[in-house]
Write a protein that binds this ligand. Sequence first.
Ligand code: GLV
Ligand code: MN
Ligand code: MN
Ligand code: MN
Length: 418
Amino acid sequence: MQTSSSLARAVDGDRFWADIEAQAKIGALPPRGIRRLALDDQDNRARRWLMDQGKALGCSAHYDDMGNVFLRREGQDPSLPPLLIGSHLDSQPSAGAYDGTLGVVAGLAVVRALAEQQIVHKRPVEVVSWTNEEGARFAPGASGSSWFAGRRDAETILAARDDDGVTFREALTDCLALLEAQGAQFRDIPVVPHAFLELHIEQGPVLEAQGAPVCVVTGIQGVNWYEVEVNGQANHAGTTPEASRRDAFMGAHALVGALKQAVSALNDQVRFTIGKFALTPNSVNTIAQQARFTIDLRHPDPAVLDTLDAAFQRLAEQEWSNCTVRLEATSKVAPVAFDHHLVAVLDDAVKAFCPQAPRLVSGAFHDAIHLAHLCPTAMLFTPCRAGISHHPDEHIERVDAEVAVRVLAHAVERLLTT
Ligand code: GLV
Ligand code: MN
Ligand code: MN
Ligand code: MN
């Protein structure tokens, strides 16, 4: 087995865990978990906390048009592209305290080790927190990272509305004011990083089952998001005969059955989720005029996603319980394979701590799915209990997380010295 690097040994495990616990208090839900919807007050508090930590480490703070935050530890040659490490601080509505936060706090832990050891490195190192990775408040997710990587235009992102009708642009105002008031410098044009590394919880059951505290992620499966409207006719629940009903709920029910059948017939690795469903006018004694729902569709093979996309469009052309359908793909993000060289660097780092670790393809999407189109990118996973996430019961073991951060530090040292 290789030995771990000096930077890996220099990571302060107590301080790292104290930071995880400090972040878990921001937007804490009783009795456990957090709620930090993108660009809300708690998400902004989490940003402020991050900036304070960066300042204490002598980093300069930067932000951009999307409210992405960068803490920069300067290199000997400031003109070199920075090595970027991070993830996101926003959360699902009822979330655990580790999804995203772990990767940002891990970046801080590595930069703290560099600072405390007074290590001089040629290229700058930056810790990043991307805005609205989750997409729970403003769809689609990974707003900050997709814009940074040039994959989505600002206008489309800024026009997105939350369920209360607030636009991303409006919600961003407080965030940008806060970042400016905190002394962060505005960056007009995104810098193309030397590489991007993201540590994240697995959000699945594999690592825990294999007893591995950490592993390399070789890529991310593709994900399509859809919005579906089923349009019928509202009418009296008690008097309208069966033959003349145009019940949007019944239409949606039949359509969902057909969509699910198309998915199941094709491939058992497809992930098909309806996470939002709403009826209008939503009254106990009125036939639904409209049903609206979302679809989250995922698979590692782009051909499978294309086949299902065509099948979904065909089903939407039919009438269901005398109702018409409008189905729109609001986001399509193709699968990615991470950079081979960077994966090899992470592989070596993982092997120094856990020779038996598997390699995984991520079932969840991450900011890395967009960064991979901009610069060499790769990820590490650490296990979460029973694979549970996007839920307050999400839980990680400190001992696993600490190993994962040391693996990250090991890889960073290698990347800064070669
Ligand atoms: C992001 O949180 C995802 O849904 O994978
Ligand atoms: Mn995440
Ligand atoms: Mn998430
Ligand atoms: Mn995610």
